[in-house]
Design a protein around this ligand. Structure first.
Ligand SMILES: [Zn+2]
Ligand SMILES: [Zn+2]
Length: 160
């Protein structure tokens, strides 16, 4: 069994033709056979299988014949493409939903912070008002006490 030159395109071990464009013209490697015996047209393999005394098994290497992988039909392609697109859309929607929830959470956090800031400012304002009121009261009391003291002093200085 002569090794096939690597520069030569692989040829079919039945009809010695390279890969053909026609239906079944794809070259496949269904078994462990190597070199010039490695490749076979799908149609030639099918034909050989029809006349084989041991279908499913290679008569040369005695190995199990692998079913050649069929190229995907347009229907399968379309189904796969639509499935992939739907999965992508679903993922996009999930991401969008997640982002929207994150934005809402961030918004709520900001609003809470804003409310707590306003509440703090309001408390501070009320505290200031309260302090101011107390200061005024203290001042008024001081004034009253001061006036009383002045009067007492006045009477003390000029009792008669
Ligand atoms: Zn062939
Ligand atoms: Zn074989």
């Amino acid at each position: 069994m002569a090794e096939q030159d690597h520069d030569d395109p692989p040829t079919c071990r039945i009809c010695f033709e390279p890969a053909l464009r026609q239906r079944g013209g794809r070259l496949v490697q269904p078994c462990s056979c190597a070199g010039s015996m490695a490749h076979i047209h799908e149609s030639c393999l099918a034909e050989a299988e029809r006349h084989s005394s041991t279908p499913g098994w290679c008569s040369v290497c005695r190995g199990r014949l692998r079913a050649p992988r069929r190229p995907l039909s347009p229907h399968v392609w379309l189904t796969a493409a639509v499935g992939a697109a739907l999965a992508c859309i679903a993922t996009c929607l999930d991401v969008a939903e997640e982002r929207r929830e994150l934005q809402q959470a961030e918004q709520a956090r900001l609003e809470r912070r804003q409310r707590s800031r306003e509440a703090r400012l309001e408390r501070e304002r009320q505290d200031m008002v309260q302090q101011e009121r107390q200061r005024r009261q203290t001042e008024e009391q001081r004034t009253v006490v001061g006036k009383a003291a002045l009067m007492l002093a006045h009477f003390a200085i000029q009792p008669y």
